[in-house]
Design a protein around this ligand. Structure first.
Ligand SMILES: C[S@@+](CC[C@H](N)C(=O)[O-])C[C@H]1O[C@@H](n2cnc3c(N)ncnc32)[C@H](O)[C@@H]1O
Length: 213
């Protein structure tokens, strides 16, 4: 019923979160989205933006995937539609409210090959000893990327976690004020033997960085 009504007008449920402010779960045109006050987090333009990046990558051998910034898990649903024989995914998010929403509202608890970790992505990468074929970095608080994720120590941990061959997809910004930070990260990845591509104004808004070696 809610789904049908949402074709006539959007229906929104609001949930308060210590980390992300007021979160909105909105049924719109028959589809559920997750939004903050100023940003779409999952299943709207964000899902299209990450899909645009993933479509440019060869994912056939990406069996171990790490998603930093689980949100409502829309990129995990996109990955589910792309083939790989035996894929396992770890999704990390700092916000327990988001984790609950992902599991209950977006049914991520039903995905067998997904492990969800509630932790700060910097802490997680400091402790991490595993390797991943693909790491997706999609860390926002509303429209901002927290500053540690523009700093090289975080990216050193990302590079350490990629084997000889592997890829990174970084949802790098909504805002041109981060331009120099993005160039700095791109050149760090280049020095670490990645081929780096910077895509601007994806879906008219975001900068994406794709790095592969
Ligand atoms: C745009 S949403 C992620 C959307 C998700 N990738 C998808 O495909 O639906 C950004 C997420 O980053 C998370 N986040 C922000 N800072 C974080 C941090 N320090 N550690 C882990 N997660 C963080 C937020 O809680 C939010 O859920």
């Amino acid at each position: 019923m809610v789904r049908l009504l949402s074709f006539i007008y959007p229906i929104t449920k609001k949930v308060k979160s210590e980390f992300n402010g007021t979160l909105e779960i909105t049924w719109y045109n028959g589809k559920k989205h997750l939004n903050t006050k100023n940003a779409n987090y999952s299943y709207g333009s964000l899902q299209k933006i990450l899909k645009f990046g993933l479509d440019k990558m060869d994912l056939s051998k990406c069996n171990k995937v790490l998603v930093l910034g689980l949100g409502g898990g829309s990129v995990i649903k996109t990955l589910g539609k792309k083939s790989a024989s035996d894929r396992s995914i770890i999704g990390v998010d700092i916000d327990p409210v988001i984790v609950e929403i992902a599991k209950e509202e977006f049914k991520l608890s039903k995905i067998d090959n997904l492990k969800i970790v509630c932790d700060d992505a910097s802490n997680y990468m400091d402790k991490n000893k595993s390797k991943f074929d693909l790491i997706i970095v999609d860390l926002f608080i509303d429209t901002e990327i927290p500053s540690p994720f523009f700093e090289i120590p975080f990216w050193e941990n990302i590079v350490k976690a990629i084997p000889k061959k592997g890829s990174i997809l970084f949802n790098a910004s909504l805002d041109s004020k981060n331009e120099l930070d993005i160039i700095n990260i791109a050149s760090f990845l280049f020095k670490n033997k990645f081929e780096v591509e910077k895509l601007e104004k994806v879906n008219k808004t975001n900068t994406l960085v794709i790095a592969t070696r």
